[in-house]
Design a protein around this ligand. Structure first.
Ligand SMILES: Nc1nc2c(ncn2[C@@H]2O[C@H](COP(=O)(O)OP(=O)(O)OP(=O)(O)O)[C@@H](O)[C@H]2O)c(=O)[nH]1
Ligand SMILES: [Mg+2]
Ligand SMILES: [Zn+2]
Length: 350
């Protein structure tokens, strides 16, 4: 198979038929552009527009970045998606719930977030959920540690919501620092970089690669809403690892992931908005639209419970973070007043 540099393994080969070997080729989807899927082998690359028939099928069955696909010999048509080892997917909000695929056949994900005001525990947790749902090992990479006075404080916050995931604060621009991540960047494996725009995913890729593979740009804070990376793409590293660089999720249309749960549960929110009382607990209140929707089957009890659960979790994390912030503030205040006291007692000495 002409695919060793793209992470091909016997796991996938078992899904090929004799006919595939004789009359087709196998390639990996390495990028998706508006104009078509870019597929590659070790020796060949082509852009193939998805035929209309693919759009008759559910999103989940359509080829996404990272997929191995059976193509015709001329590389003009994608015929089949080889069953995936893993897939990142996400419920997309909208008039009806749809699934969006982010990437397939990923072994490890770096959830990238920064040691600055971008850091958000809820969002971090959502990215981790995305990884765990895909059965992919997550590592939390906290970039811009070099710019923070207190990177350890961010690491502590991250640890609080990350379960057993490893937390690594780094300067993504520093080769030696990033070398600590090589443990998870293995030959033949596919590593995905997920996180908001401007956190340094492409920077990390370039430093891992030791060359400028992707453009890097400004931060969200400087220039709100501008994204440097505009589409997903796979890249090969010297050591044989393959890296999937993903634009900020907003660019992928996954606004809910960035903004909070209302987007994700906007069907529930929309119903709740029509309850007679604005502070309705959806329990026994008269004129409760949620109860009515459950009764006539417009809303599944299960979905309502999932919504409540998400809300509780959201609240719990927000609270515990606020508490921690308060505590660490109190602590640094105490340290400062101690220092002042000392300065008074021993002027000029430290
Ligand atoms: N000092 C410092 N700057 C960093 C670090 N990581 C990223 N940057 C800078 O942050 C900016 C944004 O980095 P990118 O790599 O373009 O961010 P991205 O996550 O790929 O953003 P999108 O492509 O828009 O999703 C660039 O100017 C980087 O140089 C870091 O660890 N330390
Ligand atoms: Mg980028
Ligand atoms: Zn109600």
């Amino acid at each position: 198979m002409d695919l060793t540099t793209w992470g091909w393994s016997p796991v996938y080969a078992q899904h090929l038929t004799l006919e595939d070997y004789e009359s087709s080729a196998v390639a990996r989807v390495v990028a998706i552009h508006r104009t078509g899927h870019v597929v590659a082998t070790d020796s060949r690359q082509a852009q193939i527009p998805l035929g209309g028939a693919w759009y008759q099928r559910p999103t989940e069955e359509r080829p996404t970045v990272g997929d191995f696909v059976v193509v015709d010999h001329a590389f003009t048509r994608i015929d089949r998606v080889i069953p995936r080892k893993s897939v990142f997917k996400r419920l997309a909000a909208g008039s009806k719930l749809d699934v969006q695929l982010i990437g397939a056949n990923v072994d490890t994900v770096f959830v990238v977030t920064s040691c600055n005001e971008e850091f958000n525990a809820n969002r971090l947790q959502r990215y981790l959920t995305l990884a765990r749902d895909a059965s992919v090992e997550p590592v939390v990479v906290l970039t811009k540690a070099d710019l923070a006075d207190n990177p350890e404080e961010y690491a502590d916050f991250a640890r609080r919501v990350s379960g057993d995931a490893v937390i690594e604060p780094v300067n993504a621009l520093d080769q030696d620092d990033v070398a600590r991540l090589m443990e998870w960047v293995r030959a033949g494996d596919t590593l995905a970089l997920l996180g908001s725009s401007g956190v340094g995913k492409s920077t990390l890729l370039n430093t891992l690669a030791g060359e400028e593979l992707q453009d890097t740009g400004g931060t969200m804070a400087d220039d709100r809403g501008r994204h440097t990376t505009t589409h997903r793409s796979l890249h090969q590293l010297q050591n044989g690892a393959i890296v999937l660089d993903v634009p900020g999720m907003r660019e992928l249309g996954l606004v809910a992931l960035e903004e909070g749960l209302d987007e994700l549960y906007d069907d529930v929110e929309a119903i709740a908005a029509t309850c007679r009382f604005s502070n309705c607990q959806h329990d026994t209140e008269p004129g409760c639209a949620i109860q009515a929707a459950i009764d006539d089957g417009r809303l599944e009890e299960e979905r309502l419970n999932a919504y409540y659960k998400m809300q509780r979790e959201e609240r719990r994390h927000t609270e515990s973070l606020a508490e921690q912030h308060h505590r660490s503030r109190q602590f640094s205040k105490r340290v400062k007043s101690m220092m002042k006291q000392r300065e008074k007692m021993f002027p000029g000495r430290h």
